[in-house]
Design a protein around this ligand. Sequence first.
Ligand SMILES: [Zn+2]
Length: 440
Amino acid sequence: MTNVRRRTSKTIPALLMAGVGLVVAGVAGTCGEVKAGRQPVVQSAEPSAPVPSLAQPPLESLDPTPPQVLPAEPSGPAGPFLNRTDEAAASRRKMTLSWAQTGWKLVAAGEYRRAAQVFARATELAPHDASLFVGLGLSQHRLSRDDLAVATLEHALQLDANAGQAHHLLGDIHYARREIRTALRHYETARRLDPNDVMIQDRLLTTRRESRAEAGLHRLFSPHFVVKFQGPTDRHVASAVADRLELTYKTVGSRLAYFPPGSFTVILYSAPQFRHATFIPYWARGLFDGRIHLSLAGMTGGPNVADALLTHEYTHAVVHRLSNGHAPTWLHEGLALYFEGGAKPWGRDYLSRHAWELMPLQSLHGSFLELTPRAARIAYAESYGAATALIHRYGLVRVRELLAALAATPDFPSTFEKVLQDRYDEFDATWVRARAEQRF
Ligand SMILES: [Zn+2]
């Protein structure tokens, strides 16, 4: 991932900032890969919060019971009240600092749900402290509650327009939503506030390049897709792509009982432009990174090839939308192959011939981009076999429930167990193996 991002950042690095899905041709028929669509990670988003030198409440004590709310400061006469007022204010400050410190510790530990609870309590004690809202917004963002996160972070900016970390986070959220102009505005403010932050400089550069690269594209709108293309001569291809995608929207939607609202963005490239823009392996014809990127070369192999390619990429888009980018790569790819319907090269014969080379599914959660063509082929075959086993064992409705649950709880093994009532490692050892051994 690191290598890919560094290499890609020389051209259009933003392509890999969100999830990435490839459509493979040649090596892999018309299948592809997804580098699980996670939100960009903001390691530096944690502000240098005040760290009080106070004893912290132990984490175990963070039950849902709100901390004692101290009385509001009285506005009565000075005198005997003054000391009590000062004491109350000092206690409130101490408690706020204590909650804040605990919140940042929970963020550092990846306990975002509890962190959000703690920051929410702290904001009740200190409703004018922007840094607490930044902590709350960051926790909400990590929990994929971006609508809440945007509102919280914008409130932080109302309290303190110079809260650079709020601008940084809002830039990331708007970038992931492809709201490039708004993202640029926040990144530019964040850089003005902290000119030495290398990560912000990198994000700003990436976003500006992407904004320029797309500035000259033509657009074609259909009910559920915006197709961007290079020149007027490609308009008829763009129109055909939009028509086919609308059909795919209905077919995949009927099978999954899921018709996502809003629209998806599709970008068409010539073959050389596709290589230059995506920097993905030679065998790929498509890619999903939050938007669908397609090589025109993939549209010229006949209607069946084009439909398989479009269905594959659209499935990535649906899986990404349902799971909020938290589905592991094997599930992304396996479902994309399953829905495209042309996965004969990935059938059980191939899988059984390579049964001894199967890897634990846990090792197929990350990108397939760096795999050799041979390893990639096996990884795709195993992904297809595992997705087929999953559907055979639990049915598409529950697979969809699993994806939806991942949106709120990204930890795959625990969500798998909670939704499907089976252990993930047992499913891997039993069902995927049974599929490879052609037992069903
Ligand atoms: Zn794919």
